[in-house]
Design a protein around this ligand. Sequence first.
Ligand SMILES: Nc1nc2c(ncn2[C@@H]2O[C@H](COP(=O)(O)OP(=O)(O)OP(=O)(O)O)[C@@H](O)[C@H]2O)c(=O)[nH]1
Ligand SMILES: [Mg+2]
Length: 418
Amino acid sequence: MKLYTFTAPTPAMALKKAQKACGEEALVVSTKQIRKKSLSDEGLYEVVVAVKKVTNTNNTQAKPIPKKPTFDDDILLNISKTAQQLAKLNTDPEQVTIAQNSLEQIAKEGKEDEFQALKSDIAQLTDKIKILQTMMWEEKSATREHLDIPPEFAEIYKIAKKSGMDEKHIKSILAETLNHMPVHMRQNSTTIKRYFQVLLKKLIPVRIEKEIPKGGQKIMMLVGPTGVGKTTTLAKLAARYALLSYRYKVGVITLDTYRIGAVEQLFQYAQMMKLPFEDVIDEEDFKRALDNLSYCDIILIDTVGSSQHDKEKIEKLASFLQNSHHEIHVNLVVSASAKYQDLQDAYDSFSFLNLDTLIFTKFDETSGFGNIFSLIYDTQKPVSYFSTGQEVPDDLKIASSDFLISCLFEGFNKKVEV
Ligand SMILES: Nc1nc2c(ncn2[C@@H]2O[C@H](COP(=O)(O)OP(=O)(O)OP(=O)(O)O)[C@@H](O)[C@H]2O)c(=O)[nH]1
Ligand SMILES: [Mg+2]
């Protein structure tokens, strides 16, 4: 940096002289009056300017300096300096143009590898910034400290927590992920997310729907809390087995004879689909109904909804099952919109019926699916069907871990086929 002094009768004239000699880049260091104007003499003003790398100059003949500072290519190989250049994006458009030009120049000069390495470094930096922003989100509470989550996992932790997944499950799965995830995959949040999704999918047991062999028979009973959608799901299953995906002979039994409305509801569905229908009051009736439908490939049994505290009703169901002398697959139907604790309570109450699978309803009425994940993960019971709305027979999906995890990460979308 060198200083040059210019004098003229007015400050404006002195400045003009300085600019002419040193260029637009010259910085004005000081301006002062060195001689007052009088009747006989003009006034005299002095302007001192500072310029970079100017050689061979004197007061009035400073050589103009180049308008743009030159850029050393080596600088671009240093990621921190590059980051500094990019950081000027908002404040110094001229510098950014130079940085971009230099990047392009590297590419043009055939330094393709360096160029790509640099681009990837910048992408990593951007990702780290994203991760840090996530970390600064309200989650710096005691919970996170307690879990000791590395910054790269913050986004995944946030998604899992928001989904309603149980805290202890999040903790153990994250610990597993940390233990087994290849180091190179940890470097950005996209690969971490993908890895985590694949891991969660593998943790969900699914009961594959098998064809019923010729001459065989399958009997399915739906049990669960009140109003979760047992009867509606049973009607959807009946349509699936009898009309849509298979041409099975389907029979329907209801044990829900306490309420006239309940019998009527299922009877209507059975009639529409022209399916044989039996309503049952006691255990003898039940055996008779099963015998009457012995020619069916599949028998679907609807039951009365029981609150988890209604032990008497659940025990009665157990007695029906024990004394039927048939192999009956019991499926627990629960609502996806219930809290994890309620799902657990329902499971605990019905589990002594020796449950075969879990069916989740009301996917369309919730935004978090971590509660479902946690119930499946905790109980290790396979999941068989998802009900995704009120429409019979359309709103039924065969359970798949892909669909559940896509709901957990992206929210429910009826149209997603997985
Ligand atoms: N939004 C939505 N509503 C559903 C779904 N499945 C069932 N329903 C509705 O939930 C309500 C109760 O459904 P039911 O099939 O009668 O439920 P249930 O478990 O048989 O009820 P109880 O026999 O009284 O214990 C009805 O209004 C259904 O239309 C679903 O997947 N999504
Ligand atoms: Mg019902």
